[in-house]
Design a protein around this ligand. Sequence first.
Ligand code: PLP
Length: 475
Amino acid sequence: MKFHSTRGGVSGVSFKEMLLSGYASDGGMYLPETIPTVSKATLCSWAGLPYDELAFKIASYFIEEVDIPATDLQAIFKRAFSTFSEREVVPVARLQNGLVIMELFHGRSLAFKDLSMSCIGNFYNYFLGEGKRHMTLIVCTSGDTGSSAIEAVRGFDKVDVVVMLPRGRCTKIQELMMTTVQDSNVHVYRMDGSSDDIDVVTRDMFSDPSFVKEHNLASASSLNFTRVLIQMVHIFYTYLQLCPAADGEVEMVLPTGGAGNVTAGMIAREMGLPVRFVCAVNDNNVLSRMMDDGQCDLGDIHVTLAPAMDIQFAYNLERIWYLCSGGDSALIKKVMEDVDKGSVNIPSNVLNKMKSAIKVYTVCGDKEIRDTIKRCWEENKYHICPHTAVGVAYYYKHRKDINGPCAVLATASPLKFPEAITASEVPAPTSERMRELLIAPTRYTDLEKDENWTAIVRAKVEAISKQKALLQRSS
Ligand SMILES: *Cc1c(COP(=O)(O)O)cnc(C)c1O
């Protein structure tokens, strides 16, 4: 299987090349050139498979023997998912009033992003294994992506990771999960600014192709299609948990930010999986406004109790629009020009296709998040994180109208968000690891407002490459 760009300018790209890059060179996003279909009989035969074997079955449609031999691919998934604390990888919680929660957060950084990042770390290692190549992963994070990327590659000698986080804007535990890591290939900057301010540094670096090439820079956000690809596994897994005979439609509620999950879901749907989606969003509701009539202006970012979803524009929408337009790359190019100017403008045929698969639910501010955390605790003595609460809020409000099986995908562990849980008048959960974090030694660099962040981070990347070159010469 080869990959091509949503904007039509790049095609025939191998899995490896796609994995090791970010945006396509025409500015578009990678997708597979064709979407394979899965028959109902095949689907049924997958029910009951362990998570890593299901991952292998699905990934094999996109990653062929010529990319990675089957036995190697199986070993990669086995190793990646063995870092999860639960044997079944994604346990299912069945709660009062028919609420079903898929616990996607049992990886090392306690967020669903570990499901794909742990595989990506292993893919990097696999491809860098033979040669003397080294790469540097650049991560701008509002909380979860940073620690997930760190956990995926810490201790590797072929990969360094540079993480930039907005100081004081992640939760305390999220920040400590990044700043207490002692491995020498992990470099953490706490910047005095917002995620948007930090994004400027990433964009500066990635818009310099010779710098990107010289230092083998890669991005770990879900603009990388490999992340979306691996996230399809938990969509299929959830379906088969709720509907093992593959004889009905399942509704999945996705707490949504960058829309990586729902993109994975839309591809699974194209492959023939009978699913529909509810994108649950917070006050950053571009998606909801756009779904009304295909138009909206991009506003300012609102700070909410669910920070991983405080995203102004869900960049994966470009992929969803492409899929829903039947692959009209000329249209996508035009639509994205509007987005760059600050407004969204979607033709009605694309919008109608989206609406047939996706509903959007906007939570009523932080209050509804708190009320939902509280109700879920009171009914079940079960903690949910504020992102998961945005999804559960939809379920509580609409459960009587839902036909057929429905599951809410829990995107992070409540252990990472004690502040939001306490604010909901619920006793906060804790664990041994959380208590140790609070007293662990830290290792990071602070960058102040008046410093030249881009220059400092570029110099760091250069220093890393130089040191790696010296090490290789001496070995
Ligand atoms: C990243 C993240 C999301 C948003 O996921 P998308 O796939 O980008 O929409 C939601 N919740 C949590 C906890 C996250 O870390």
